[in-house]
Ligand binder design. Structure first.
Ligand code: HEC
Ligand code: HEC
Length: 440
């Protein structure tokens, strides 16, 4: 598959205020400028699949059935609204959108409920359970400003349909991340990423950074780049996992038509499947559709930065580096993509490595080499457009942080020193740091 490369867009000049806000709302949904006519038509085909509302089988629409029997949403877009991020439930009565609970027991799927709690089903079956979230407030004093109130989430699974979960179940809350620039992350040569890894912290800066090495579809260990714990080697694998766990759809990579139903969930395993016996690969989602969807997720452009000339933003960029943020949120990779003559620069603000973020952010669940405390540094590009795209700002792996400052104040473990610098800096520096993040 040929991935799109360079990104050099700017907002069309002279937009009316209304058009400008529309352009910002769709800022995460643009095709990479490097796509040719054929690429654009594949992008559109993938976009249709991304928005498609799947239905239960059997139906009058064999191309669109096979949903479930257990699922969390009916389309990719319901969680990644406008290709952006989701939000967790606000309280015990709210459902959130794009927020899921992954389950595991000792590195294996939970014996009864499988790899993820599915909160929806096709007619006639019971959803596995409901997610209930409550928050406890924690006040963090910061220099010369009122304390910041963080909210610490408590997750519970209520109405479990198949009896209690295993008492030692590990539960990992995950909020859907934005999908921009993923094709560029896929292209960064592995040696450049591994050059930043320092698992034993030999340079003694308190920051290690380690790579995850999940198995690829052929069973070989490869550098993990995608998923919040870098548990997927590529976008095809990540897309197949989303089809399986989130929508209950089978594909060549995950062939089970019953999705995440376990052997203990008999009614669910017996439910009708949406496979078309005459289709070439006999899966609910055929290989061409899987490829088009993957191409789509690889082709979403990174929106251009804003306010580059602002002196506050420029100062904030310096604060970002001085506070040690750029050790993990690595600003730039330069490399020559395969089959291209010129070197390109990508500016994702991530090292794609795992870091111990301390017990406060731990989900207690391991994924490959990632422990409960460890998360992949998320890219920060486009983060300043979150409100415009999603109409809300919910940051970190489970969306607990409501503002960028809250997100920074949750940093612990290897990132604790950087967080403490933010707490101790004078307010104008802190404001500049946030202005810089808003400009990304
Ligand atoms: C129920 C909500 C939900 C649905 C539906 C959903 N996703 Fe996601 N998506 C998530 C969550 C949560 C994550 C983080 C998962 C992880 O850590 O592995 C994610 C992660 C991803 C990633 C990895 C992003 C990164 O930065 O590494 C891609 C790509 C992706 N989803 C694509 C899709 C596609 C394509 C579909 C439709 C087939 C889809 N998603 C459907 C919730 C959802
Ligand atoms: C030790 C590595 C490390 C350092 C240093 C670090 N971060 Fe992070 N950052 C992370 C990781 C890992 C996450 C994801 C944590 C999670 O989701 O629970 C994160 C998340 C974030 C987020 C939320 C992103 C999102 O999409 O939700 C922001 C904003 C952020 N960091 C900004 C900063 C700033 C500003 C600094 C410097 C003061 C900083 N970080 C220092 C590793 C680091």
């Amino acid at each position: 598959m040929i991935l799109p490369a360079t990104i050099a867009l700017s907002w069309p000049a002279m937009l009316s205020a209304e058009d400008a806000s529309l352009a910002q709302r769709n800022a995460f949904s643009q095709p990479a400028p490097s796509l040719d006519a054929q690429g654009l038509s594949r992008f559109r085909a993938g976009n249709l699949l991304f928005r498609k509302l799947w239905v239960a089988a059997p139906s009058a629409y064999p191309d669109s059935d096979g949903l479930g029997p257990l699922f969390n949403a009916r389309s990719c877009q319901s969680c990644h609204l406008r290709d952006g991020r989701g939000r967790p439930p606000e309280d015990a009565a709210d459902l959130g959108a794009g927020f899921v609970l992954r389950l595991s027991r000792d590195g294996e799927p939970e014996p009864t409920y499988g790899r993820q709690l599915q909160t929806l089903t096709t007619p006639g079956l019971s959803p596995e359970g409901r997610i209930s979230v409550t928050y406890r407030e924690v006040r963090i004093p910061i220099r010369d400003e009122p304390p910041v109130v963080l909210r610490e989430p408590l997750y519970r699974i209520t109405f479990p349909a198949f009896g209690p979960l295993h008492p030692e179940t590990e539960v990992s809350p995950r909020n859907a991340p934005p999908l921009i620039g993923l094709g560029l992350l896929a292209e960064i040569p592995a040696p450049l990423i591994l050059a930043n890894a320092d698992p034993e912290d030999r340079d003694g800066d308190g920051i290690s950074g380690k790579a995850n090495f999940p198995a690829n579809p052929a069973g070989e260990r490869e550098l993990g780049r995608f998923g919040l714990k870098a548990g997927s080697v590529d976008l095809r694998q990540q897309t197949a996992t989303a089809l399986l766990l989130d929508l209950g759809l089978s594909s060549k990579l995950d062939p089970e038509a019953w999705g995440d139903c376990t052997k203990a969930e008999l009614t669910c395993r017996a439910a009708p499947a949406g496979e078309t016996p005459d289709a070439t690969d006999q899966r609910e989602v055929g290989s061409k559709s899987l490829d088009d969807l993957t191409f789509y997720t690889a082709s979403l452009a990174v929106p251009p930065r804003r306010d580059l000339a602002s002196s506050r933003v420029q100062h904030g960029e310096a604060v970002f580096a001085e506070a040690g943020c750029s050790t993990c949120h690595v600003p730039e990779f330069r490399f020559r993509p395969p089959m291209q003559g010129t070197t390109i620069s990508v500016r994702p603000y991530t090292d794609l490595l795992l870091h111990d973020m301390g017990p406060g952010l731990s989900d207690g669940m391991s994924e490959g080499l990632a422990s409960g405390n460890e998360w992949r540094t998320p890219p920060l590009w486009g983060i300043g457009l979150t409100e415009a795209v999603s109409g809300q700002t919910r940051f970190l792996h489970d969306g607990r942080a409501r503002t960028l400052l809250e997100a920074v104040l949750w940093h612990g473990g290897e990132a604790e020193a950087a967080r403490n610098r933010v707490i101790a800096m004078p307010p104008p520096d802190r404001a500049a740091l946030i202005a810089f993040l808003e400009s990304l």
